[in-house]
Design a protein around this ligand. Sequence first.
Ligand SMILES: *Cc1c(COP(=O)(O)O)cnc(C)c1O
Length: 366
Amino acid sequence: MAIECSVRIRRIPGYPAAGGDAHDAPLVRLASNESPFPPLGAVREAIEHALISLNRYPDPSNSLLRRRLSERYGVPISRIAIGNGSCDILLAAGEALLEPGAELVYAWPSFSIYPHLSASSGARAVTVALDESERHDLPAMLREITVATRLVIVCNPNNPTSTALPLSSIADFLAEVPPQVCVVVDEAYCEFNQLDDPETSVAMLEEHPNLVLLRTFSKVHGLCGLRVGFALCGSSRLPEALDQVRQPFFCNALAQAAATEALAHEDAVIDRVTRTVAERISMQERLAALGIEVADSQANFCWLHLAEDCDEAEIMRGLQERGVLVRGGRALGSQAPALRVTCGLPGENERFLAALAEVLAPATTR
Ligand SMILES: *Cc1c(COP(=O)(O)O)cnc(C)c1O
């Protein structure tokens, strides 16, 4: 007889794995929005240096990393939270803010972790459809806020649709949200967003104590294998609450050392962003030339719509047979066949585009 689990286990959706870990051929990994660039030399050195003291527990208050983030963003240390990846901060925020009877508002399709927050807490999830350009519909989200709402999540740029809203619309939205409702703006991809400078949202924290900007070292810094993210908050209330619900040593010593060092190499980050954005623009143009509808990406990935009569699973299989891993849209909440494709190195994108053209060819000549 199987062990008996809590009821909430039945509500929590499983995260679809990208697959491909068992292959040994060189795969083109464009399924998880990872950075194609390996960690910087100086970051690797910082990790090696930290290895010597692994017999000690990590700093539970992440003081050096928070100090550097505070210097970098001009946000007081008490208003900065660290997490074992930014997903850890999201899940802990769910635990700290939600409970049965409470409500959570987010757009859909959006980041696949958000449904976990309601499922694990027993709160009610209110999902709001994206608008026709696949952006968050903030006026509609505002209409869903009730006295029971504790948390609203805005993913900007949005995963999986890659689109972003101008920060001015988010500012207008924040002006209307009741002050007791926490608004998390998930900015995992903000460095790739060309609509606004990522510093602009930081300035909004001064006016909105209920605002939380969620950032990560996983994407632009290429450290997703280590797990470290952070939140810049409008007040110290959420960082304090997060510490209450989590284990003390949630961020390991290597992650703290690597993230701290990564912050000292802004020039390299800018260079990588420039290269990724150039690839994104080229990929969008070449997809459009194949007759494929592509969303206006402001992230390090593209979101493409396949023809309505297209079998998404078959396209994925065809790409996989050619050694290219991407993410299918249906598993990410899309009603119509779609693909989410990370912008990799030029050669990787080349392989993806060639494979896609091949896989689509029989369908178009049919
Ligand atoms: C990748 C991603 C994150 C980052 O998750 P980590 O736990 O920091 O690796 C957060 N939000 C969104 C929308 C993402 O796509």
